[in-house]
Ligand binder design. Structure first.
Ligand code: SF4
Length: 308
């Protein structure tokens, strides 16, 4: 472990590469990264990288977003098969057909798309949002327009609740956040009666309803920063997030909510990136994210939504 870590640091320097890592990566990868964050923070960080190579430790749509915002940089993803169930739930051709059907029916709408989507879907959108900026963007959609929100129905429902805007919701979900066990959460709340329960808005309504705080990963960290020492926190999001929480706020005690089918409930797509693949990727300059035709239109939408 120490050898491979030293090797990655040597290669990173030699290749003039910057490593960006999502909070859902294993702690050993987050520890090696130059920058860690949620999707919004990483997309913004990618635009400030000076090195010619970005190694994106996250999933495919995130690396794709980094490439779209930085066409001149080489963007590498340690495992090209690191996908996302949420992005997969909304194929671009299916979305295009649905939008056409709405138009034929005379509906006036704007498409607001969660960043967990492919470039093809972003290219069909008016706005791209993350859990960090979604409310702000929704307020920018003219009141006379309907909102088609894709692909996460749980995040969409949550945004309906907090903004009061009704939306047409695409029927997608994240395989990790969708299966937190309500029974286990309730048992944990009984076991730790003073604990604060925090949940990601990708969680279904039954988990959100039993949470004291709902927010994306950056919002969770900001909330934890306000807590008194030695607080107990029950966390309903991808469990690698606890590494970042413990790293930044080691004085609290954290309890991850298990999944219905799997106690640890880690994202299998994020888990495809390993230290070995990260080292190989730096050594061989591959796998790389290449420019594709849908990136031009996706770039306009991303810049308008995330960088202005
Ligand atoms: Fe996709 Fe969910 Fe994994 Fe995030 S945690 S990459 S939304 S499957």
């Amino acid at each position: 472990m120490r050898e491979i870590t030293a090797e990655i640091q040597r290669l990173k320097k030699e290749r003039k590469a910057t490593i960006l890592a999502h909070y859902y990566q294993e702690g050993e990868i987050q520890e090696l990264a130059d920058f860690t964050g949620d999707s919004l923070a990483l997309a913004r960080a990618a635009t400030k990288v000076e090195n010619p190579i970005i190694v994106f430790c996250g999933v495919h749509f995130m690396a794709e977003t980094a490439k779209i915002l930085n066409p001149e940089k080489k963007v590498l993803l340690p495992d090209l098969l690191a996908g996302c169930s949420l992005a997969d739930s909304c194929p671009a051709d299916k979305l295009a057909r649905y939008q056409e059907m709405l138009r034929i029916n005379g509906r006036k709408f704007q498409t607001v798309t969660y960043i967990n989507s492919t470039a093809g879907v972003k290219a069909l959108s008016d706005w791209v949002v993350t859990s960090g900026n979604a409310m702000e963007i929704i307020h920018r959609v003219p009141k006379e327009m309907e909102i088609l929100f894709v692909p996460d129905r749980h995040l969409g429902q949550y945004l309906e609740e907090v903004t009061g805007r009704k939306m047409i919701l695409w029927d997608g979900a994240c395989m990790v956040h969708e299966i937190f066990s309500l029974g286990d959460l309730l048992a944990m709340k009984k076991q730790h009666p003073g604990a604060l329960t925090i949940a990601h808005p990708e969680c279904p309504a039954n988990i959100r309803a039993h949470s004291d705080f709902v927010g994306g990963t950056e919002a969770m960290l900001r909330k934890i920063a306000t807590l008194e020492k030695d607080s107990e926190i029950i966390v309903a999001t991808e469990p690698n997030m606890l590494w970042q929480m413990e790293h930044k706020f080691p004085r609290h005690r954290y309890h991850p909510v298990p999944g219905i089918t799997c106690a640890c409930n880690k994202c299998p797509h994020m888990g495809r990136n390993t230290l070995e693949k990260l080292a190989d990727c730096l050594e061989n300059d591959t796998p790389e994210i290449f420019w594709s035709p849908s990136f031009d239109r996706a770039r306009e939408v991303l810049q308008r939504s995330l960088l202005n």
